[in-house]
Design a protein around this ligand. Structure first.
Ligand SMILES: C[S@@+](CC[C@H](N)C(=O)[O-])C[C@H]1O[C@@H](n2cnc3c(N)ncnc32)[C@H](O)[C@@H]1O
Length: 243
């Protein structure tokens, strides 16, 4: 079996999947609170911008991959209306359950499915829009997952990848201090788990930067790819068109 990385550690591929599952099993109950605290609420603006750029319209079919606690699925459900459909998926049952309960509390009933982004159980050409927010970084074979996302999109369909990226040079020192000193402590105090938040900081550093991800998406079949930096490159939204 080949090796890959889990944060800064080199591990076997199967071990990475097991450890990523452990991270999200552990953080699921406090995930939303931690997101608000860690980003000072900014993740809401990043996601709102993603929905705006998606151009999702009433009647569209949307697939949210690594959908977790359902922020994007909920926002898309409001856009597609009664004639469209949003499918909310994740590989992790604990995250998906938390999301499904939140959606039900908001009065929204969606198909909710446990599935691996690297083996999507949908026919080719099924969706107008596919989204993946803060999920791609955790996947073992990102190229395989991106090719699957391309396969399930309709021709001219749009992929939205919202992910942590490479911050602008002037922000780097402060961002490193915040990531490696503050985040794990916050994780320990709020979620009783510093290790998962150390993994978060490390996995961001190991993730392809804006240009590398753009090239990966082009290689996976997206004829047109653009990216939009947000908050000085802390996060980037990559938009790929299947053409
Ligand atoms: C940081 S959470 C993001 C949740 C949500 N999209 C958000 O933006 O708040 C990352 C999610 O990716 C999921 N994930 C990791 N590997 C995956 C895979 N191979 N296929 C599908 N989901 C995966 C995890 O289970 C987790 O719920």
């Amino acid at each position: 079996m080949s090796s890959t990385h889990f944060g800064f550690e080199s591990v076997e591929e199967r071990e990475k999947a097991r450890r990523v599952r452990g991270v999200f099993d552990s953080v699921a109950p406090r995930y939303d609170l931690m997101n608000d605290l860690m980003s000072l609420g900014l993740h809401r603006a990043w996601k709102a911008y993603t929905v705006l750029v998606s151009g999702v319209r009433p009647g569209d079919r949307v697939l949210d991959i690594a959908g977790g606690t359902g922020d994007l699925a909920l926002a898309f459900a409001k856009k597609v209306g009664a004639t469209g459909q949003v499918v909310h998926t994740d590989i992790n049952e604990a995250m998906l359950r938390t999301g499904r309960d939140r959606l039900l509390d908001a009065g929204v009933v969606l198909p909710t499915l446990v599935c691996d982004a690297e083996k999507l159980p949908f026919e080719a050409g099924s969706f107008d829009v596919v989204s993946v927010a803060f999920g791609l970084r955790n996947m073992t074979h990102k190229d395989v997952a991106l090719a699957e996302m391309n396969r399930v999109l309709k021709p001219r369909g749009k992929l939205l990848v919202l992910e942590f990226s490479k911050v602008a040079q002037p922000l780097r020192r402060a961002y490193d201090w915040y990531s490696f000193k503050v985040l794990p402590q916050l994780g320990r105090l709020v979620a009783g788990d510093s290790g998962s938040y150390r993994y978060l900081a490390e996995s961001i550093r190991m993730h392809p930067d804006q240009r590398e991800l753009k090239a990966m998406m082009q290689k996976s079949g997206f004829g047109h790819v653009d990216y939009h930096n947000m908050t000085g490159g802390v996060v980037a939204l990559h938009v790929g068109i299947k053409c």
